[in-house]
Design a protein around this ligand. Structure first.
Ligand SMILES: CC(C)(COP(=O)(O)OP(=O)(O)OC[C@H]1O[C@@H](n2cnc3c(N)ncnc32)[C@H](O)[C@@H]1OP(=O)(O)O)[C@@H](O)C(=O)NCCC(=O)NCCS
Length: 236
């Protein structure tokens, strides 16, 4: 995608365009505001800087050419952040490890609980064989790219998600990448419905997530989904 795609959504001026460096702080804000199943993550993880570093840092700072944003009446209100080769993207656990030293997230109120629970969940899940640690780390060579897509509530349901996907698949076609995967919460039923409507299919069963919980405490699961790069727009 070289230029911008503009459309009118019920009187709102909407644009999908390539990411620019000036969008960085808005992207980080949206990452935190949508980080828990599309809702703000602050009740679960109260350190915005480390959260944004874990989930948007690689894409804005290392691979900005694979990032796209949505503007709603001139304000950046969503993004698609991608990596052509998911193995190059930063592992959020490694970024978190760095922030144990830099930002004290293992002792700071508002993050320490999740950090320690992640370690305990992770060890317990492997010891009890509920989770195969190799499963999520493995990347199918048919689907080497991956993405994150998040819109603020006001930008949803207006065709921006589908247009972001079209821009992303155009980038993958241009780069000669055959397919893409993503990991979403299995409990994010509306996110999964969206991904299915743009051609993704579930790959494998849901897997327990370490650390993150729902408000009422039950465990969350991650669901991998895959899609071969289409030859044209995502409706095919
Ligand atoms: C998921 C998300 C990216 C979808 O983007 P969007 O702009 O709202 O979606 P669009 O308006 O482009 O809709 C595209 C298609 O998906 C379908 N769709 C979107 N949301 C849906 C939902 N909740 N249930 C069923 N279908 C849905 C639409 O019907 C539409 O199909 P159509 O084009 O055949 O009519 C956006 O709603 C969002 O950011 N949600 C919160 C964060 C999130 O869940 N991110 C993804 C998981 S990591």
């Amino acid at each position: 995608m070289t230029g911008a795609i503009r459309w009118d959504a019920d009187g709102l001026d909407m644009v999908v365009r390539p990411y620019e460096r000036a969008d960085r702080s808005r992207v980080r804000h949206i990452c935190v505001e949508t980080g828990y199943l599309g809702a703000p993550v602050g009740w679960l993880w109260r350190d915005a800087a480390s959260f944004a570093d874990m989930f948007s840092g690689y894409y804005t700072d290392v691979e900005p050419a694979s990032a796209f944003v949505v503007e709603l009446d001139g304000v950046v209100s969503g993004y698609l952040l991608g990596a052509l080769d998911a193995r190059r993207a930063w592992n959020p656990a490694v970024v978190a490890g760095r922030h144990i030293l830099r930002r004290g997230i293992a002792v700071r109120a508002g993050t320490a609980g999740v950090v320690w629970r992640t370690i305990l969940d992770g060890v317990a899940d492997v010891v009890t064989r509920r989770v195969d640690p190799g499963v999520l780390a493995a990347t199918d060579p048919e689907f080497p790219a991956h993405l994150h897509i998040d819109l603020l509530p006001a930008a949803r349901g207006r065709g921006a998600g589908r247009r972001l996907m079209d821009a992303w698949f155009a980038r993958l076609r241009q780069a000669g990448v055959p397919g893409c995967h993503l990991d979403t919460f299995a409990e994010n039923t509306s996110g999964i419905a969206f991904f299915e409507s743009v051609g993704f299919v579930r790959a494998g069963p849901p897997t327990l997530v370490a650390g993150f919980r729902r408000r009422a405490a039950p465990r969350l699961h991650t669901q991998r989904m895959t899609r071969r790069v289409p030859t044209g727009e995502s409706r095919e």
